[in-house]
Design a protein around this ligand. Structure first.
Ligand SMILES: [Zn+2]
Length: 168
């Protein structure tokens, strides 16, 4: 389970702007990679506070509308910020790219030939993030089935956009 790409993108843009402004070359590049990577783990940890059902709920109109909106915003924000923020965007989303694009595709290919294959199950980085959440953030309320949880995600997105406009 993770939070949506739009949120990872916006936080990455903030980190990249601040790193380029505060830290000198080439250390700023290393810090952009490091901090955007770590930001993914922390944002995903907090995703328990927002509306994220682990499984698709295609019969639920609210779920469908929310996902159309959030996926559109994710695609638009990626295109919009790609230049010049591609480095931050890449490392803020690299865990999702590995788990949901690369690893899942490889597993599908494996299962085609060996349906009982369990290969790759332990390579999901989100398993480590879930464990990290259970260890350190077990006290957070679990709102991922609560629809008002979208307000928290909208709030994070709005505050991030205002922050970007202020520091740009
Ligand atoms: Zn994630």
């Amino acid at each position: 389970m993770g939070i949506e790409t739009i949120t990872h993108n916006l936080i990455a843009v903030i980190i990249q702007i601040l790193c380029l402004r505060i830290i000198w070359f080439p250390l700023n590049i290393i810090f952009i990679i490091l901090f955007t990577f770590i930001s993914h783990i922390f944002i995903d940890t907090l995703s328990i506070l927002t509306y994220h059902t682990p499984e698709a709920q295609k019969d639920d109109m609210f779920w469908v509308m929310w996902h159309i909106l959030i996926y559109s915003l994710s695609i638009i924000s990626t295109i919009f910020f790609l230049s010049p923020f591609w480095l931050g965007l890449l490392f803020a989303n690299i865990i999702d790219i590995w788990d949901w694009l690369i690893l899942r595709s490889l597993q599908k290919i494996k299962k085609k030939y060996t349906p009982s294959s369990k290969w790759g199950e332990n390579l999901y980085i989100h398993r480590l993030i879930d464990r990290f959440r259970c260890r350190l953030f077990y006290w957070l309320p679990k709102w991922n089935y609560k629809k008002p949880g979208v307000i928290i995600e909208i709030l994070i997105i709005t505050i991030s956009i205002i922050t970007i406009l202020c520091i740009l």
